[in-house]
Write a protein that binds this ligand. Sequence first.
Ligand code: GLY
Length: 591
Amino acid sequence: MIAIKHRVIPLAAAALLCSMLAAGFQQAARAQTALPAAPEAATGRTQRSLGHATQHMVAAANPLAAEAGRQILRAGGSAVDAAVAVQLVLNLVEPQSSGIGGGAFMVHWDQAVRKVVTLDGRETAPAAAKPERFLGPDGRPLGFMAAVVGGRSVGVPGTVRLLEDAHKRWGKLPWAQVFEPAIKLAEDGFAVSPRLNGLLAGEQALRSDPVARAYFYDEAGKPRDVGFVLKNPAFAATLRSLARDGAAAFYTGPLAADILATVTGHPTNPGDMTAADLAGYRVIEREPLCGRYRVYTICGVGPPSSGAIAVQQILGMVERFDLGRLGPGANAVHWISEAGRLAFADRNLYVGDPAFVDVPSAGLIDPAYLNTRANLMSQERSMGTARAGEPPRRRAQLLAPSDPQIEYGTSHISIVDKDGNAVSMTTTIEDGFGARIMTKGGFLLNNELTDFNFVPSANGAPVANRVEPGKRPRSSMAPTLVFDAFGRLYAVVGSPGGSQIIGYVVKTLVGLLDWRLDPQQAVDLGNFGSRNGPTELERGSEAETWGVTLQTRGHEVRAIEMTSGIQAIIVSPIGFLGGADSRREGVAIGD
Ligand code: GLY
């Protein structure tokens, strides 16, 4: 039997053990000196300890959700069984970020057949959606919140269908069983967390929705206190219905009617989703997007997410530098943010739903192309703003670059089970609390359609990510699996954070693979990057102190809050080591 039972071992001890056991961890002591100061995020920061387990591990954004996943793993469930349980509990305890009213991307590793499969459960635009959806009567783009709040921004949710599809393929426990932890918490109640309370306090639009207001606030409009036991019997009933009848009960019948009434009945900003839109929702299995980084193979989800393409482009461009020798600091950030500029320039021109636009995914991560792109970077000076390149295998098509967009919210789940299967799943209702409308079934609806570009064309050319009927909005979600030189699963990584997800995931991968940080250190290291604007450094972290040097190289530096929510697990010689982002409330636990 396994000697070490579900406990968290001190970071220093774990790092020491690892360094004794694995050559790859020989730099761990040096890496520890790179531990970040504790920057303040929007709802505070609590330092997490490195998680250690030898049988299975789950890292999720809330302890109750992670615990639900562990229960399922203990009951003999697979990584996917645990992912379903975690997602359903997250809907309750972290309702601002994800849930059954939203969408997700899953990357799955099946150890028995040694295969990566990616599932696209992204929301889709209704059939009635038009490119001008987010333009006002004056032809100008709506303000973000004017577009978000109400039914107009709601895409046909994909998460329930994704969970069911994944469970049919890789589930071991009965479908109804994986619903039990969430049903119990919905009926018995759960203690409101400081983060949920803090976000509710700062939230205005949610109070205008009568169902949400009655649930999240007291009669005086005060958010439910920290520790208040919040029950959601309506959601429990929804879950019981899904547990009994499967995803069909979400996309047709009374639950679907409730979703439609909520979307189309919004008093000021109704949407146009129909019963046919809901009934027709399909999950798409997509070819995994895999590329090499040094000796590793990195796999993620292709379009409509831009996440894996951009992550792999950045890594491909910085591979020529010995980042391990540079270590965390201004020199490494210079190269990574320059590569970020180039990657975002390509992303903003080329990436959209591949059913509507020809995305040259393979060309964008082609090593020869990345070499020509990397040649544009200079050691002395930041390039400022990058322009999109001409990747190979690109079909002639006229496209206009998209404007930067506001994208927030989201949650990430990383799981490995005792058979070596893994799930990396990033899941979202987009902005915090989504469209700010709650169904009578007790869950919030997404505002994912505001991930489309509001301005559909420029200079007569269409924008790849413009709204179109039945289209999936471009995402930045980057659920990632890493394999070592022998093809063995090495890491399970991902983060929320809108378009900053790309930089968060790159930082974590470089932290793990080049700087040999343990997962907790890699996750907690100050965030940095560039989205082809300023070089962004996490305010209050060690990254902020690198700004002066970067400015001498011409970087326009901006110190901002960068509230990632990274969950990272690695497979080490002593078992699974996991890190959950100290900027949020997550934990990495196992047995
Ligand atoms: N809504 C966040 C994303 O899809 O990237």
